[in-house]
Design a protein around this ligand. Structure first.
Ligand SMILES: NC(=O)C1=CN([C@@H]2O[C@H](COP(=O)(O)OP(=O)(O)OC[C@H]3O[C@@H](n4cnc5c(N)ncnc54)[C@H](O)[C@@H]3O)[C@@H](O)[C@H]2O)[C@@H](O)CC1
Ligand SMILES: [K+]
Length: 512
């Protein structure tokens, strides 16, 4: 699903109105009717107090329509107009009149007003600001927002949490609604997925308001949300008349004394994701443990006992995954540097491999183009430097990835794969995966997918999705805390099945 900027949403809005030859208030009615249906299907007439806080723009207009519909269905409502400007939108005014026609009289909150009482049992509808927010809310509006947050009432935000701009960090973190639930129109907003701004969104859902599909299809989005429908078409089925050679020979290079487990996890994951053959290249100390822990893996060793000081692979690997547990010894660094110089095909670089690159940026030009880098936040910072915000981080990563023609996997709660100026936001995974070795598993998976012929960007996107899905399946049986990297590997097979099982479950759900 595409993620649009505010300007692109306004454009889709305009194009829908033109194409369907409707007026903008018809679109507002349609949008707010969806909000009503959502709430009504959950409340089913329950007598709970619904307090609606509506701004004076179109987000407030949505709130006005919702208020009218709730009133028509005998809900107990209280409507507040947050009167932050004299520049009221036409559709807001129209729907204010329609509400008054039904003898519902909103109170107007302004600078001097007392803050209304909100009980924790009330439902708050937050329709103060939408995607039109372009500056910090005034202090009195900010105080009202803080008051709503402190009320602990269930807060349903219309389109976006009020006070949260869609293209930058908030001016004041206190002046943003902490939404229990966000009903977002048509397309998700990037801010929902970034660590600094995602905290304002507990849960979100898309409401389809029928925006012009052609306009959406032909608009290039900088970001895309990668759910099952986006990821599934990337899957490459196994062929009946195939053999292990069809699915590539991966080489995992890494490990040092005390860190052989990283290679064990990566090789295991690489096999489980479907690589035909997997060879590990480790220092001598890794030989015995790897041979006994992963019988399917072939093991090559360097000449040293505890660290890698040269990298010699006596065959042409389909793909190399390198860096996990490799350490930063001088000899390892120069072995890594010379290995990069003689490599031409895309590789996957992780952990200390990335740290070597950030300490020796002149090596970056030798990284084969279309390689996949998988940094966690600290490693990313070492590679691209400090950033001012998550937005800045993404822009800098895009520039870095384009400069060297690489795929960069920005790991996090919503991992974002960056390639060719675009960001692909992952939807699977959970906090249980923030655990030792989780990244080694991901590196092994992406390597194994590349070995099977997936393109670099697809291997990264598909691998990240499947890795998260394996984590979700693991967590569903054992919870977050006990989830560990080896369990992720065990669930890779289930994750593949889940990818295909999902539609049946959806059909069944719909049938009820
Ligand atoms: N684009 C769409 O597809 C649709 C949009 N709709 C709604 O329209 C919303 C956008 O409406 P608007 O563009 O009217 O904008 P908002 O309702 O978000 O904001 C209202 C106006 O307040 C002003 N403003 C911005 N920041 C301010 C601040 N800090 N203090 C005081 N005033 C400030 C701006 O001039 C802005 O236009 C969406 O979020 C959505 O809720 C829906 O009605 C349905 C269709
Ligand atoms: K809102």
């Amino acid at each position: 699903m595409k993620i649009f900027s505010a300007q692109q949403i306004y454009q889709a809005d305009k194009s829908t109105i033109q194409r369907e030859q409707i007026t903008s208030d018809v679109l507002m009615e349609r949008a707010a009717t969806q909000l009503f249906e959502w709430l009504h299907s959950r409340l089913r007439g329950t007598q709970v107090n619904v307090q609606l806080f509506c701004g004076i723009g179109n987000n407030g207009g949505d709130g006005m329509v919702l208020a009218r519909k709730l009133h028509e269905h005998d809900y107990s409502i209280k409507v507040h107009v947050v009167n932050y400007s004299e520049r009221r939108s036409e559709d807001f005014l129209l729907n204010l009149e329609r509400l008054k026609d039904m003898k519902v009289w909103p109170d107007f909150i302004n600078k001097e007003s007392d803050l209304p009482q909100i009980s924790p049992n009330d439902i708050v509808v937050d329709a103060i600001f939408g995607i039109g927010l372009n500056r910090a809310p005034d202090d009195w509006v900010g105080n009202l927002i803080r008051h709503i947050n402190n009320s602990r009432a269930f807060t349903l935000s219309v389109d976006v949490p009020s006070g949260l701009p869609v293209d930058r960090n908030p001016w004041n973190s206190e002046y943003v609604i902490r939404a229990s639930y966000v009903l977002s129109f048509q397309l998700p907003k990037l801010v929902f997925f970034l660590p600094e701004t995602g905290i304002y969104v507990n849960q979100w859902e898309i409401v389809d308001i029928g925006l012009d599909p052609d306009c959406i299809a032909k608009t290039d989005a900088d970001f895309e949300l990668m759910g099952r429908p986006e990821v599934l078409p990337m899957y490459r089925p196994r062929l009946k008349f195939s053999h292990k050679g069809t699915y590539g020979h991966s080489v995992i290079i890494g490990g040092s004394y005390g860190k052989i487990g990283a290679v064990q996890l990566a090789t295991n994951a690489c096999l489980s994701v479907g690589s035909g053959l997997v060879t590990a290249f480790v220092p001598k100390c890794g030989y015995d443990s790897l041979q006994s822990a992963v019988p399917e893996v072939m093991v090559l060793t360097g000449s040293r006992e505890k660290s890698i000081s040269e990298i010699e692979i006596p065959f042409e690997p389909s793909v190399v995954g390198i860096g996990m547990g490799i350490g930063l010894d001088d000899d390892t660094v120069s072995a890594f540097g010379s290995f990069l110089k003689k490599s031409n095909s895309p590789m996957v670089i992780d952990a200390d491999g990335l740290n070597i690159l950030s300490q020796n940026p002149e090596m970056l030009k030798d990284v084969p183009r279309l390689s996949v880098l998988t940094p966690h936040p600290k490693e990313l910072q070492r590679l691209i430097g400090e950033w001012a915000s998550d937005f800045d981080k993404l822009e800098k990563t895009k520039a870095f990835a384009s400069k060297y023609d690489l795929v960069v996997v920005v790991k996090g709660a919503h991992t974002i794969t960056i390639y060719n100026g675009k960001g692909y936001v992952n939807t699977t995974g959970n906090p249980g995966m923030a655990t030792a070795g989780s990244g080694d598993v991901l590196t092994g998976m992406i390597t194994g997918l590349l070995a099977q012929g997936y393109l670099s960007v697809e291997a990264a996107i598909f691998g990240v999705y499947l890795h998260g899905l394996a984590g979700d399946l693991g967590a569903s049986s054992m919870g977050y805390e006990a989830l560990k990297a080896s369990i992720l590997v065990k669930h890779i097979g289930n994750a593949y099945s889940e990818l295909f099982r999902q539609p049946e479950m959806e059909q069944k759900d719909n049938a009820h």
